[in-house]
Design a protein around this ligand. Structure first.
Ligand SMILES: Cc1cc2nc3c(=O)[nH]c(=O)nc-3n(C[C@H](O)[C@H](O)[C@H](O)COP(=O)(O)O)c2cc1C
Length: 185
């Protein structure tokens, strides 16, 4: 395979598109993020990278918590909207009609229409340059009953989630294998 050197950049594909809720329950905000990652299994932790200029960056630093809400394909338009306007000027819950529901373990809200809501407390904020990296310890997760199997495990294969790459929203969903299939007889 012939290769060429290209400009250094973060070319990970796919990355998730999520809606993060933050701020006080009386005036919560939503920000769409693609730069989100899994960083630790025990304690369960994830990361979100947010530019210092975003209103949500300010809110999360103030309140020390946020929730990651996984949107389904029918929510792609509102996901795009929440990543295109600022909560400094617009009440995004009112503008989109999304439902805010009190989180279980933190003092902000989660999005009722998203089938999975992951509540996090901030443990560290790392200023990296263009983005600040927030590390969040997962303190509660709510999942739609239809996505939880008999063993109590979350199965997102039929959740109709989507990903984001090169400014495009793309549907996920073709099973290619399961963990360990390459070494099983
Ligand atoms: C699909 C998508 C992904 C985005 N990912 C990020 C991200 O990872 N980090 C970030 O700082 N902004 C990201 N943005 C931009 C913010 O969502 C956008 O600037 C938003 O309007 C900020 O809202 P706020 O000012 O209410 O916090 C993304 C936008 C879209 C549409």
């Amino acid at each position: 395979m012939a290769k060429v050197a290209i400009k250094p950049g973060t070319y990970l594909y796919p990355v998730p598109a999520v809606m993060v809720t933050c701020g006080p329950r009386v005036k919560p905000n939503i920000i769409t993020l693609a730069w989100v990652g899994t960083v630790c299994s025990d304690p369960p932790m994830l990361s979100i990278a947010i530019r210092p200029s975003r209103y949500s960056n300010e809110l999360i630093k103030q309140h020390g918590e946020f929730a990651v809400n996984l949107p389904t394909v029918d929510l792609v338009r509102v996901t795009d909207y929440c990543g295109s306007v600022s909560g400094r000027k617009v009440d995004k819950f009112a503008a989109t009609g999304l439902t805010h529901v009190p989180a279980k373990a933190i003092e902000t809200v989660v999005i009722g229409e998203c089938p999975v809501n992951i509540e996090c407390q901030v443990t560290q904020v790392l200023p990296l340059g263009a983005h600040d990296l927030f590390l969040g310890k997962v303190v509660a997760v709510q999942a739609a009953e239809a996505l939880v199997n008999e063993a109590g495990n979350l199965d997102l294969s039929h959740a109709e989630l989507f990903t984001y790459s090169g400014s495009r929203y793309l549907r996920l969903g073709h099973l290619l294998g399961t963990h360990g299939f390459s070494v099983k007889g």
